[in-house]
Design a protein around this ligand. Sequence first.
Ligand SMILES: Nc1nc2c(ncn2[C@@H]2O[C@H](COP(=O)(O)OP(=O)(O)OP(=O)(O)O)[C@@H](O)[C@H]2O)c(=O)[nH]1
Length: 417
Amino acid sequence: MIHILSLPLFVTSSICLLMSFFFALLYYRLTFHHKEPVKYYFLFALSALISAIFFGAFGVLVNSGENLFALSISNRLTIIGAMFTLVTSLHFYLAFYSYTAPYFLKWCYVICGIFSVLTAVPSPYFLDNAFYATSKYYTGLKYGFLFEVWGIWILVLGSYCIYILVRVFARQRSRLEKSSTVLLLLMANTLWLITGISDTLTGIEVVDLPPLTWLGSFIVTSTIAWILVLHIDGLYKDRRKLNDKLMHDHLTQALSRSFLEVKLNEAIFRIKNSDINRLVVCIFDVDNFKNINDNYGHSSGDVLLKNITEIVKRHLSPSDCVARLGGDEFVILFSDYHSALKASDIVEQIRQTIASTVFKAKAHTFSTTCSFGIVNILSEGDLAEDPAHDILSTADEALYTAKSLGKNTIKNIGYHD
Ligand SMILES: Nc1nc2c(ncn2[C@@H]2O[C@H](COP(=O)(O)OP(=O)(O)OP(=O)(O)O)[C@@H](O)[C@H]2O)c(=O)[nH]1
């Protein structure tokens, strides 16, 4: 019959094992597929694996009763696990919070390695096999004087973790950054240290429970996991922001010139690869925009550009889009077959709406008009060698004609008119 107290330990161990697998996979994908090695994912995978062994060993310990062999093995594993959980956590904090790892960090691993060998081999100076009864459980080990040195070593390591976290906490506070996760880590590490000391001093006699450090280790491991999840969220948020910046013109929120090229090339690809061929591209430009800037100020000109974009968007269906080429020049793309059929009517409605709108900016009210050049692509045969560039320059020529015809007008041409 499995001891009820060991169940949370086995559950925690399984969760740690899963987390370790997940982060090892993430590290592998980032390093080998995206050439973007993120060291702390590897550290966390390692730390979670050690924690899984650590918690699993605790579970075995609780169930081992008077089986000296099981007690000895599980207790030795928990000691090794506890030690490496601390040193990998320390390494993680240094890497994640951008502190240069001190030279002695690699020696910490070496010292932990030496203590692990000492832990693995029964000896009267460090850990001997013996029935050493606590109030209820048996540790299966008898501690020698060198074990006290190990206790001091763990104390130093744990204190250094806390020192680094205090520095991170102070740095985040001074920059007015959110510091709740660091605070949680700080508490978990302090708890770990207190429970670790009490376990060491009392031979796990404080309560009739498995060693108390498992609780601290669990909080440390889960908080680190939580920080990494937040970190992944942050990376995606940054990427979305960057995409948004690349896709949209910051003033008008129309599509950017570069994203227009992507959309136009997609539309051209569809024309080449589908039986239903129709694409309408319209370039338009505000008439005498320079006068609006000169008469009402540059910021009024900005407001006008934003309002015109909104008017255009209101007339378009979701499959169409408007992009700003620069200055007061815009492009509308009708790439859906049905909206392309109605493109001329829609552009006429846009022209009329703009011409009849009274725009307001600051204390000024004014009217304006736009000129439009439309080009219709009806078949694959209309596409030149460099179709995107060719379509835009043909639409630009149509716009130029519309301007020369007296402005506030539309020049609609077939591709090879
Ligand atoms: N307010 C504002 N003005 C801009 C911006 N970018 C360019 N401009 C101005 O837009 C004006 C563009 O004028 P043009 O298109 O060359 O000429 P126009 O006065 O519109 O005359 P036509 O095009 O012939 O009707 C210039 O005065 C630029 O300084 C911007 O982001 N905001």
